[in-house]
Design a protein around this ligand. Structure first.
Ligand SMILES: [Zn+2]
Length: 127
């Protein structure tokens, strides 16, 4: 049994972020990597987040706040990041619940392709 993917793609988890999080498949586009990283945040998969982080900018350690429950992801805009691109930008709004308080993060994330695989390099948060 497979549930609908939490990344908001309207696909089933097993056909969407599931195979990416398990390492079975690589994200073909920057947007797919962004979605899978949201799913990793939502499921507390630190390992996947670190694996898909640009080695130039990856933090030494990553603490996920257990009081935050990620609820939905909305892709606002994408620029490049396609099958034949080496760089891409994905703008998104991630909605979450922090200890009963609703919040959201609006960010433009920058991705690049490293040895064929997309990695997250940096992001600019809109406030
Ligand atoms: Zn997904």
């Amino acid at each position: 049994m497979s549930k609908q993917c939490i990344c908001g793609s309207s696909q089933l988890f097993d056909a969407c972020c599931g195979p990416l999080l398990s390492g079975e498949k690589k994200a073909p586009t920057a947007e797919r990597l962004m979605r899978s990283r949201f799913s990793a945040f939502a499921t507390g998969n630190r390992e996947y987040l670190l694996q898909t982080w640009d080695p130039n900018t990856v933090p030494d350690s990553l603490e996920l706040d257990p009081d935050i429950t990620f609820e939905s992801l909305q892709i606002v805009d994408t620029h490049r990041g396609g099958l034949f691109d080496d760089q891409g930008v994905v703008e998104f709004i991630a909605r979450y619940d922090h200890d009963g308080t609703k919040g959201s993060q609006h960010e433009r994330s920058f991705f690049r392709r490293l040895n064929g695989a997309w990695v997250y390099t940096s992001g600019i948060v809109n406030t």
